[in-house]
Design a protein around this ligand. Sequence first.
Ligand code: AMP
Ligand code: MG
Length: 339
Amino acid sequence: MQTEVIDIKTEYDRALEKSAEFLRHGEVVGIPTETVYGLAANTFDENAVKKIFLAKGRPADNPLIVHICDISGLSALVKEIPEKVKIMAKHFWPGPLTMIMKKSERISDTVSGGLDTVAVRMPKSEYARAIIKASGVPLAAPSANLSGSPSPTNAKYVFDDMNGRIPLIIDGGSCEIGVESTVISFAEDPPRLLRPGGVTLEEMTELIGEITVDKAVLDRLQEGAKAASPGMKYKHYAPRAEITLIKSDFENFKRLTESENGVTALCFDGEGERLHCPFVEYGDGNDGYSQSARLFDALRELDEMGAEKVYARCPDTSGMGLAVYNRLIRACGFKIRVL
Ligand code: AMP
Ligand code: MG
């Protein structure tokens, strides 16, 4: 299959026409959003949705997020809309927030990974919403990477993973947030944070009060434990390099990188030039948003450099840092050293 890439910034009308045509005909299209690129198909066309799993090599029990362009699209997807969801939607939609509710009978087990719930998001990206609107249906979409690799934050990385697997990628430039959406479940009360992302725990707590933080957010899931968010149990975001997350200050980190051979550092902006080893920087050490915007690109850059042994600086876990930390501990397969 030939994979065409259309730049929506320069060919807006053609990008919308072509993506709508493919989506209506049961095909999968790579689309930009403000979080990461998505691999989209018509939510109500089970065969089309199955093609997403095939293209990614995604396990069938890992559910997809359904993307809508307008709040009126929500009621067809869910059994009922809890009050807290209405409050959250008013505040954070469109935005990097995915909310889980009991699913309606229109949501297939293929979309929900066999669960009785569905995850819904209204993206902030104007491009994403224009594509959803043009297709005329809600779009089921996970991240547009091969299963297990870092999520793609630009069209080139989607092409690297999906060339020959899907017919069309819409290029909307770099993703503003750079990590996947926050996932929070309203199928229970208090609601449960399953994955930290672009809307922070602090912001949500301020709005709706108590939120349970699922254990898988900060830790490895115990052997045999049931995952509330199936995506959290899989090895994720992993570059080929072996990464270890180092909890220490910069001086101890520097000493460690100098005590061994063949080390590549994954460090914060401005730190690299003070080290004596190859490095990739992943944002301002004091700014979680800057780190999230850089993290997945930095992981792919490590592979492009041929890095084998990587030591990574540890982010602060407050605010947006929680999402960065959550991705990093998975990228390093939970190998963490405290100095
Ligand atoms: P991705 O967009 O690739 O990050 O994948 C979607 C994420 O949303 C995965 O981590 C899923 O586990 C999570 N997800 C989607 N639907 C549900 C659901 N009904 N319950 C729990 N987690 C979900
Ligand atoms: Mg993903």
